[in-house]
Structure formats: C-alpha cells, structure tokens
Design a protein around this ligand. Structure first.
Ligand code: SF4
Ligand code: SF4
Length: 491
C-alpha cells in the first residue's frame, strides 16, 4: 500500500534515509520461507497485531527502543514459535516481511535442457487473480502461461486432493469404527506446525496422510517418472501455492529420499506473478489451455473445494459415506458444513448401524487453539476435525496477491468460485475420479496399502520449545548478577 502511494505521488527516495544508520538494522533471509528487512519497516506493528490478535500465536515481538525500534521473530529461524501462515506478510504495507524469493531458481531450471520441469498448482491459485485481473477462474490461463514459459509437464494439485481424500477418508472411517477420536486433518502445513510447536500432545490425533502438494511430489518422481520414461533425478517438481507454509513443508526431512526432495521449489502466487512479469507474459491476454497429462491431472469437484474452509470435510464426507455404504451420499452438497463461522459443528449419519459422527470445522489458529484446549479439557468431543491455519482457508493464504481494495468481498468471491467449479464438474466425488481409480488399480493397490503408506503418509515430531530454566534458576541468576550488598543491606 505504502509503495503504491509513493509511486502515485512520485516519491522515489526518502529524504530521511540515512545509509550509515540503516546498515545496522537487522536483515534476515535465512529462514526456509520467511525473511525480514528492518530497513523497510515503518513500525506500524500490523504484523505483531495479526500474529497476536488474529492468529493467537504471538511469534513476533517489538524490540529495541526509540529510532532503533523494530520487530523480531524470537528464536528465528530454528527455534521460533512461527507456524509459517504468512498472515503477517499479507498485512505488511512495505514489504519489510516477505517470503524467500525462489523465482531465480525456477528460471534456471526452465532454461536448462537437462531438467524436466513438472509444475503443479493448488486449488486456490486459480481464483487468486480475480481481484487483480478480473478473471474469476484463471485455471486455463495459468496452464497456457506455464507452457509458454517452457514447462515440460503441468498438472493439477486437485488430483492429489482427491488422492488425499481416498487415504484420509479411509483412515477416518477406520478410526471411527475403532472408537479412536478425534482425527485432525493434516493437509495444512501451518496447522501441522502449530500442533508440533504448540500442542505436540495432539500429534497422535493428526491424520498421517501427507498434504496434496507432497502426495503429488512423491507420485511425480515415482509413478509419473516411470510412466513417462524419465529419470527422476532429472525431474524438478515446482509448486505454485497460495501459501508460505508450503515452502517450509517441502523442506521437512520426512519429504527427502536419498538426498532428493519430493517437491523441489514452492512459489507463492506473488512470486508466480513476478515470474510472469519477468517472462513478459500477460495472463489476461492468454487463451485458456487444458490439462493433458494422461496419467495425472484430472480432478473431481471434491478436489477443488479444498481451497476453502469446510472443503476438505465436505469432500471427505462424500467419500466416507460411499466407503461405509457402497453407495453415493443422496445429497452431494453437504450445506451443513459450509459457512464462515470460525468454528462450525455438525453431526452426520454415515450409516444406519453407526451413531452419527461429530464433525468440527475451524479456520484461523485462534479458533484452532480453542478447539484443541476444549478437546483436552473435555469441553468438546469430536470424531473428525478440519483445521485450516489461515482465516477462511487457502483462499486467504499468506501467499496470495495482496488485496488492496476490498479484502472481505475478494475472499468471499474466491470461495464462491471454488464451490461453483465443484457444482459444474461432471464428477464430484474423489473416489469416482477415473485417473484415481486407475492409479490404485495399476500402482498403489488400495488405500492405506504398504505402497500408499510409503508414498502418501508421513510422521510428525514434537518441536515445542520447552522451558530450559525453572523460575528458581532465573532468580538465582539475577541474584548472582546483582552487585554485592552493602553493609546491612538485604537482597
Ligand atoms: S507490518 Fe511490516 S512495516 Fe509494519 S511493523 Fe511489521 S514488518 Fe514493519
Ligand atoms: S490454510 Fe492454506 S494457505 Fe493457509 S497455511 Fe494452511 S495450507 Fe497454507
């Protein structure tokens, strides 16, 4: 915003800028996804507020005094409380907080003839250009743009969302039958980071299914490489995501095998827009292309609604009903699960032989903390809980283009478009996606098979920062550092 104003009034340089003073300001660019440059900070503290008041995380602090005042992510980058949702980046008016820029790396691979580039883009990316370019669903234009840039393969993360439903839906049905509750969704890396860093006691309740991005990465370098006759060592999987936490997710040690990552680089929508500008491509002028990979890429309506709060739950209910009864849910639209309240609950009857299952959907980490604490204290009792770290889900993820005019209407429009795409798909259940069926027949066997487990599931680690000193130790240290008491003085 501030940059826009500066450009509008023709301000090219600040007369208050002092290079000598600025050289001492903190700049960090070594995190797996986030960097901050305090030379650009105007101390509005919006980032502190959104992290503390909206997300309830409080990872960003105000440090120093007077002219030296700035913000700091305490413990960054190794031992911080940050979950990577990127909501601070969205509200920063100057770009002082920003994602790590990986566009150079992608350009290098695009121009390297030995590299086979495989691009995937997430459900919410196609609706991410609505406000900027006026294209409600830019799926076809994004496909054309990627091909024009020289991408070798373009596939849809929606396909992997269908795959996640096959695995996670099967897992949830098993847990319900075994009486194990609750099961939490695991497709949002901001939420997974929250559990690992803030509430590790909930790790046993996280679904072991990987996120759609990571499922597609591991399938690309195994199944797709085999079908295309390409050496996976030459493949580079590049994701375009509405999310900063996905940059952190792809770097997790669980997702590298023999030194090779399943996903090689994640670009946010902002980085993708920069890449388009550098390559001289105007998305608004492009004809819409279509996916054409014969093995991976087709998606159901259930896959596309992953981008909105409630979408994962609705997709899972459509398939879980089929898994239990062997027939389709009579009403495909499960409207009881839709809405925008930060916590929504519903009861759904999967079969006449089972009691109704208790479902909860929450978005934003303040609501998530309430749910976790409520479950721990017995205030809440759910079978299956969907959590999205960003308020509203991925349609408001930290990797979107920054909304300059109408944040709320833009968010609503994106969500409505995703549900419209779902309503218009001929196939609306993940288990009916023909490419998914073929994948299980030819390669994976069945959901939760050994191969599926190896390629599509993961594990989590306790990364909570436990207090290293007791209060008594802190007092002892303070006493040791005090000056010697003078005669008769008590300390
Ligand atoms: S939002 Fe940006 S400009 Fe404002 S205090 Fe945070 S880093 Fe500085
Ligand atoms: S809600 Fe979506 S955009 Fe936000 S952290 Fe989770 S996966 Fe990323």
């Amino acid at each position: 915003e501030l940059q826009d104003v500066a450009q509008f009034v023709g301000l090219e340089q600040s007369r208050f800028y002092d290079p000598a003073w600025a050289s001492g300001r903190p700049i960090h660019h070594n995190g797996s996804f986030l960097g901050y440059d305090m030379n650009k900070c105007i101390r509005c503290f919006r980032c502190v507020e959104v992290c503390r008041q909206v997300q309830g995380i409080d990872a960003i602090s105000i440090v120093e005094r007077g002219l030296g005042t700035c913000i700091e992510v305490l413990g960054f980058p190794e031992r911080d409380a940050c979950v990577g949702c990127g909501q601070c980046v969205m509200v920063c008016p100057t770009g002082a907080l920003a994602e790590r820029d990986d566009t150079e790396q992608v350009i290098d691979w695009l121009y390297d003839p030995d590299v086979v580039t495989v691009f995937q883009f997430a459900p919410a990316v196609r609706v991410g250009f609505a406000e900027e370019l006026g294209i409600d669903n830019a799926e076809g234009q994004i496909i054309t743009a990627l091909r024009a840039m020289g991408a070798d393969v373009v596939i849809d993360t929606n396909f992997a969302a269908d795959l996640v439903i096959m695995e996670e839906g099967t897992e949830v049905v098993r847990h319900v039958l075994e009486g194990k509750r609750p099961t939490f969704t695991s497709c949002c890396p901001g939420w997974v980071n929250f559990v690992e860093k803030h509430h590790p006691e909930m790790i046993p309740h996280l679904s072991s299914t990987r996120s759609p991005q990571q499922c597609l990465g591991s399938l690309a370098k195994t199944f797709l490489a085999e079908r295309m006759g390409v050496d996976p060592a030459r493949m580079r999987v590049i994701s375009i995501m509405p999310c900063t936490a996905k940059k952190d997710e792809m770097a997790r040690p669980q997702f590298a095998h023999d030194g090779r990552r399943d996903v090689d680089v994640v670009l946010t929508i902002r980085e993708f827009a920069r890449l388009l500008r550098r390559e001289g491509i105007d998305l608004a002028r492009l004809e819409a292309g279509t996916f054409d990979n014969p093995h991976i890429g087709d998606y159901s309506g259930a896959g596309v609604i992953f981008g909105s709060t409630g979408g994962v739950m609705e997709a899972a209910v459509r398939s879980a009903y089929f898994f239990v009864n062997g027939r389709e849910l009579p009403q495909t639209d499960v409207t009881a699960l839709r809405g925008t309240e930060t916590l929504r609950t519903a009861e759904v009857k999967l079969s006449d032989d089972l009691p109704p299952i208790r479902l909860a959907i929450c978005h934003g980490l303040k609501a998530a903390r309430d749910v976790v604490e409520g479950i721990a204290s017995g205030r809440y009792d759910f079978d299956f809980v969907e959590v999205m770290a960003c308020p509203g889900g991925c349609v408001t993820g930290g990797g979107h283009l920054k909304s300059k005019h109408a944040y709320r209407p833009a968010e609503r429009k994106k969500r409505v478009t995703l549900f419209d795409i779902d309503a218009k798909r001929t196939i609306r259940q993940s288990h009916n996606n023909p490419q998914i069926k073929k994948l299980y027949e030819d390669f994976l066997g069945e959901p939760m098979s050994e191969r599926a487990h190896h390629l599509l599931h993961t594990w989590y680690a306790d990364r909570k920062r436990h207090a290293e000193m007791r209060i008594a130790d802190i007092w002892r240290e303070i006493r040791l550092n005090l000056p010697e008491p003078r005669n008769g003085e008590k300390v």
